[in-house]
Design a protein around this ligand. Structure first.
Ligand code: HEM
Length: 525
């Protein structure tokens, strides 16, 4: 009797499982409406393509994605333990999906470790939910307030301070630029300027960011690839314990900054800043307290690394393409003259400066050449292909920003593509274009970088001042020959260029005098 019941239960369970899979397959067929599954590498039963990616760092993932895109075309689908991912390598398709169909393609689908550590509250990594909308509104308003004169002039001062610091210590360009990338943000957003690259604020953020970067890697955090691991007890899985430690540290970092700023606003010692403005006009913003601390931290996290990288890349490019350094200096000299430094009022007359900045971002685009993934929120059919809800899409910059149609000779650094009507990317008037708005390197649609204007402002002013003030050359080796190098990147997401040599010198003593006079005035103000 008991045996019979057991057999019956077993058969019923098996029937249930079969029916579930049949129903799923029927529902999928119906949802597919005759559309095809996109092409892609076959993968293994159950794990799909997970094994090929499990031991990859970001550099090799970019290479593997690029190979797959070449083999299977601009829409390549892979499967990670049953979860679908699509590699897009065509700008037009990325625009069609992420921009025109942005209501469906603006989820994030960050890896598990990233979501865990950032408590699903970080504007850059959380799904496209109501909280994210509230945070984007706060960021939009923050970035637009920084365009007013008061904040532009703070940024201009930061750039002058940087030039002065560089001339004091020419070989420390990496740290000098790192300080600038932080200080332009902390001055306007948080209300304090950072005077030294060894400031604990920078060191703590940098140490923490390099740990957080590992959270994208499946080799460091296997739960990114094998979801069952996230349900295991922490004591059994060391990477889960690391995630918990980082989560606590992250929360503490954000809240201690909030307490510091609140206290200084209350006791009247707070400098003007967007955070102060936010606290004083709190009722105008719908974000929760937690969302607000994450938003300000998100701007520091998202806003320091890429501009720092771009400034380093700028130096490298000026050594590699000296003809563009000459054009930069010529333009700045013609517009500004020798007796003063460039300022924001000159920017509309400096299209070559803007073109060099934009081309630098394109040519060696940052945020890893993988781009930042978007997640599909409902089933969709595009060009006869079926994409399932939850599919994660990667628009790979390595392919898109080198697309032959949009960027003929794209493998070269060629700012002329933004300045001369013979190129498909040219736009007039040159007092406005080129600029970085709607530029693919800053992402797409609703998820596009909210810091694009801020980033462009901070890069353009410093590049103009550098062009005015210094000569940038390859260092010489013992035999007096140029010690040329190639630009290499760290094998992590959002990688930094590896250290390289660069010889910087002032263009002439009179310009050094101008910088010193302005910098001294800033120090005494
Ligand atoms: C050269 C400088 C920069 C570059 C190239 C850059 C690029 C990007 C890219 C490609 C994305 C992903 C867009 C997408 O998913 O489609 C992004 C997102 C983001 N960026 Fe930037 N960025 C830069 C500077 C900044 C700055 C200065 C800030 C802050 C003021 C910032 C804050 C953010 C944030 C918070 C996100 C996440 C947005 C979201 O998921 O809704 N970025 N950025």
């Amino acid at each position: 009797m008991a045996m019979n019941m057991l057999r019956q239960t077993w058969w019923l369970s098996l029937l249930g499982v079969v029916l579930y899979y049949v129903a799923r397959a029927v529902s999928k067929c119906r949802r597919m409406r005759g559309a095809k599954i996109p092409p892609g590498p076959k993968g293994w039963p159950l794990v799909g393509n997970a094994l090929e990616l499990a031991s990859s760092n970001s550099t090799s993932i970019i290479r593997i994605f690029h190979q797959w895109a070449q083999e299977y075309g601009p829409i390549t689908q892979i499967n990670i333990m049953g979860a679908k991912q699509v590699i897009l390598s065509d700008e037009k398709i990325a625009n069609e999906l992420f921009v025109k169909r942005g209501n469906r393609y603006s989820g994030r689908g960050a890896p598990h470790a990233v979501e865990y550590i950032s408590m699903n509250q970080s504007v850059g990594f959380r799904p496209k939910d109501e909280g994210w909308r509230r945070q984007r509104n706060l960021m939009r308003s923050a970035v637009s307030i920084t365009s007013i004169n008061k904040y532009q002039s703070l940024m201009d001062d930061e750039a002058t301070f940087t030039l002065h610091a560089l001339l004091q210590s020419l070989s420390s360009f990496d740290n000098v630029f790192l300080r600038y990338a932080y200080s332009v943000l902390t001055t306007s957003m948080l209300g304090f300027s950072i005077r030294s690259e060894s400031d604990p604020y920078i060191r703590e953020n940098e140490d923490f960011t390099s740990e957080i970067m590992k959270a994208f890697r499946p080799d460091c955090f296997p739960s990114n690839l094998f979801p069952f691991l996230k349900y295991m007890p922490h004591w059994l899985v060391p990477s889960l314990r690391t995630m918990e430690r980082l989560r606590v540290q992250y929360a503490e970092q954000m809240w201690s900054m909030r307490r510091k700023i609140e206290t200084s606003v209350k006791d009247g010692s707070a400098m003007d800043s967007i955070y102060k403005h936010f606290l004083l006009t709190r009722g105008d913003y719908a974000v929760t307290e937690e969302e607000s601390v994450h938003t300000f931290q998100g701007m520091i996290d998202g806003g320091t690394r890429s501009p720092h990288n771009n400034l380093l890349v700028f130096l490298f490019l000026m050594m590699e393409y000296p003809e563009w350094q000459r054009k930069l200096q010529k333009e700045v000299d013609q517009v500004v003259g020798k007796d003063r430094m460039p300022n924001y009022e000159d920017i509309s007359n400096l299209p070559t400066v803007r073109a060099i900045v934009k081309e630098g971002v394109r040519y060696r685009s940052i945020v890893a050449e993988m781009g930042v993934s978007h997640c599909l929120e409902t089933d969709d059919v595009y060009n006869g292909y079926f994409f399932e809800k939850g599919t994660v899409f990667h628009a790979t910059f390595a392919s898109i920003l080198m697309d032959k149609e949009t960027y003929p000779d794209g493998e070269l650094f060629n700012p002329a593509r933004w300045l001369e009507p013979t190129y498909p990317t040219y736009k007039e008037p040159l007092s406005v274009y080129p600029n970085c708005r709607n530029f693919a390197a800053f992402g797409y649609g609703r998820r596009a970088c909210p810091g694009v204007d801020f980033a462009e402002r901070s890069l353009v002013i410093l590049v103009a001042k550098l062009g005015w003030a210094v000569n940038i050359r390859w260092p010489l080796n013992q035999n007096g020959n140029e010690a040329r190098e190639t630009l290499e990147y760290e094998p992590v997401p959002a990688p930094r260029p590896m250290k390289f040599g660069c010889s910087i010198e002032a263009r002439d003593p009179a310009r050094v005098g101008v910088i010193q006079r302005v910098a001294e005035r800033l120090n005494t103000e």
